[in-house]
Design a binder for this molecule. Structure first.
Ligand code: MN
Length: 658
């Protein structure tokens, strides 16, 4: 039996001494006597309290003794597992030798209550404890005796080894990565054989060195590819440094004066090597379709991206278009009806591409219908003109009518988006058996699952450009000028009249459309806005402020604005003309209390990465949007500014924005 701190409780008497001396020096005799009596009373009261509590403890201790006969008491004291017993308040009454050994002298001296070990220990059947660098699981057993006396017995089991093993297991799980020099062809075309092998050897060596630090295995596959297998602990390091190997590769000098860029796909948290490798391949795909020069890590919880801050160079080949065109031809042979839909709040790129796809289908003798949502459509006059045209009037249907067209030999083609939630009629998409996707946006995380055909080209300026390219491989040579206008309008919209994201293919496609009779003046007129939208646009623009020198932000105060999407988008475009602005954002709160955010840039700033930080954000390097649900405009703006700061903090060193 051990008694804890026998005179600690009497320490409080010490303060009486200075009080007594003080009183003796200053007070008169009359006060002396009452003071003495008062002190005496205090001491007596405290002694009584101590006596009662000691008796209580003694009673409990007696109870323990009564509980066990001498042999089992001896057994309990010598029991190899640490045991500690407390009363219902957690005050420690008894413990065995093993407990002393486990806690160590120092810890034991400071220990009065089991709650010091874990504050919820009395409420839980099993609790985790941690002291002296070791881990224990404490199993609690509650023993009742007498009327309302309770006693808690804790058995402690050493789980240190288990914890260490668990941590080691997690850290040593295999991770597989695919690495790829994503602009290999551009960097090495036109180089002499020796120059090429020298440059490639340098890249090899850099990657090799980086890989060696982690203790993993690196295999150089064909040409620009590497397979890298390492342990989870190395991944933590890589994530901490945000895969700085990408910077090392990007900063290399090559004879062609182009810097090589690296894309990395990582598969972690997988059950097996095969699963990890599969995830890595998917992740690399994701990194590439987002524009390359970045790392995508696939964890159990989803994707995390690193890098992606250099401006994506335009890389397009017509090979892909031809391959897709052939595949699409084969697919179209198996269906009778093609349902076409774009994204909600359909714009001219969406409508133009839909019209183009309808043309392809009709050319092949299929029935084609375009699903349009009147309430949210933003194409205005273009749609009106198409509907007024007798040969196109019956091309358009609404969401309700679309359900009637679903059938065995019906396919749905989604244009200008690849996210199921953002399509104009997600319910139709869900029911469709065959789905094709044609889109030019960089891949986001929630894409349509396994479409039969996916034509995604982040380097294309617009979906209209992609569809126009498909024409020549699908034998569509003549089509009415109004369709050409629709397609050209889409290109004009997404390139801001051939200012951004254009490449040679954009002009080729535009030439094709011009030849088919597209009228540039008519197209320009589709962009005319009504007076009210114009006024709203001006309101936004006049509210613009520069944040951190390069970010123009404008918001309309108050809430419950109607549909200002067009005005907000146009104002964001307009605000890029402000001197010094590299990105612009507009914010307003709609009728449902959600704040809409539009972001634009010339490509130096990746607005997709900024707006993706919002739950519903996404889009493109130069054009993105987000919806902050049930958030006021002021709060959303604060959030946006915080995300811009975050983006700047992650920016590459040497970035002029910094
Ligand atoms: Mn588009």
């Amino acid at each position: 039996m051990k008694r804890l701190h026998p005179f600690l409780d009497r320490l409080s008497y010490l303060f009486l001494i200075p009080a007594g001396i003080f009183a003796g020096l200053t007070a008169e005799r009359k006060i002396w006597l009452p003071l003495c009596i008062l002190f005496a009373l205090c001491i007596i009261a405290n002694e009584i309290r101590l006596f009662i509590s000691t008796r209580r403890k003694k009673n409990l201790a007696h109870a323990i003794v009564d509980m066990l006969n001498m042999t089992s008491q001896k057994r309990l004291v010598d029991f190899p597992v640490p045991i500690v017993i407390s009363d219902e308040k957690g005050i420690i009454l008894w413990y065995n030798e093993a407990f002393t050994d486990a806690t160590g002298e120092q810890t034991l001296l400071a220990l009065h209550n089991v709650r010091q070990l874990n504050k919820d220990i009395l409420e839980q059947r099993i609790s985790d404890l941690r002291f002296d660098g070791k881990c224990y699981s404490a199993y609690m057993d509650c023993y009742r005796f007498g009327e309302q006396n309770e006693m808690f017995i804790f058995y402690l089991f050493d789980t240190t080894e288990h914890h260490l093993l668990k941590r080691e297991y997690k850290r040593s799980r295999p991770v597989v990565a695919h690495l790829m020099v994503d602009n290999y062809d551009e960097v090495f075309t036109g180089l002499k054989e020796t120059e090429r092998s020298n440059a490639m050897a340098l890249i090899d060596e850099t990657i090799d060195q980086w890989a060696q630090e982690s203790g993993g295995i690196l295999c150089h596959g064909e040409r620009e590819r590497y397979l890298f297998v390492f342990e989870n602990r190395a991944l933590t390091e890589f994530e901490k440094t945000r895969f700085d190997i990408m910077d090392r590769i990007r900063n290399m000098q090559t004879p062609s004066k182009l810097s090589p860029t690296l894309s990395i796909g990582v598969g972690a948290d997988a059950e097996s090597f095969a699963k990890a490798e599969e995830a890595a391949r998917g992740a690399l795909d994701m990194a590439l379709s987002r524009g390359g020069d970045q790392a995508a890590v696939k964890h159990a919880g989803g994707y995390t991206f690193y890098g992606g801050r250099s401006t994506a160079g335009a890389r397009r080949t017509r090979v892909k278009t031809r391959v897709i065109a052939n595949a699409l031809s084969e697919h179209l042979k198996e269906i009778d009806t093609l349902l076409i839909m774009g994204h909600a709040y359909g714009d001219m790129d969406c409508l133009g591409a839909a019209v183009g796809m309808a043309r392809i289908a009709i050319q092949r003798g299929l029935e084609a219908k375009i699903i349009v949502d009147e309430d949210t459509d933003l194409t205005g006059r273009l749609l009106q003109d198409l509907r007024a045209d007798p040969s196109h009037a019956d091309w358009f249907i609404n969401r309700k009518e679309a359900a009637e067209y679903l059938g065995k030999r019906t396919a749905v083609v989604v244009v200008d988006t690849h996210r199921a939630d953002s399509t104009v009629a997600p319910e139709i998409l869900k029911k469709a058996k065959t789905v094709y996707v044609i889109d030019h946006h960089r891949k986001g995380v929630d894409c349509i699952e396994e479409p039969q055909l996916l034509y995604q080209e982040p380097y294309a300026s617009s979906t209209c450009e992609m569809v126009t390219e498909l024409f020549q491989y699908m034998d569509v040579y003549t089509f009415p000028p109004i369709e050409a206008n629709a397609l050209l309008a889409g290109i004009c919209l997404d390139t801001k009249n051939f200012t951004i994201r254009t490449n040679t293919c954009t002009f080729d496609a535009s030439a094709t459309l011009r030849k088919a009779g597209a009228d540039t003046v008519a197209v320009k007129q589709y962009f005319q806005t009504d007076m009210e939208t114009y006024r709203n646009k001006v309101k936004f623009v006049s509210a613009a402020e520069l944040y951190r020198k390069h970010f123009a932000i404008a918001h309309l105060p108050g809430e419950g604005h109607g549909n200002l999407k067009i005005a907000a988008a146009q104002a964001a475009d307009e605000m890029l003309s402000v001197d010094g602005a590299k990105a612009s954002f507009t914010l307003f709160t709609d009728k449902n209390g959600n704040t809409n955010i539009s972001g634009r840039s010339y490509g130096e700033v990746n607005v997709q990465l900024i707006l993706e930080k919002f739950k519903n954000g996404g889009g493109h390097l130069t054009m993105a949007g987000a919806l902050a649900e049930k958030t006021g405009v002021a709060e959303a703006k604060e959030q946006l500014m915080a995300y811009i700061d975050e983006y700047l903090a992650e920016a590459l060193p040497g970035n002029p924005l910094k």
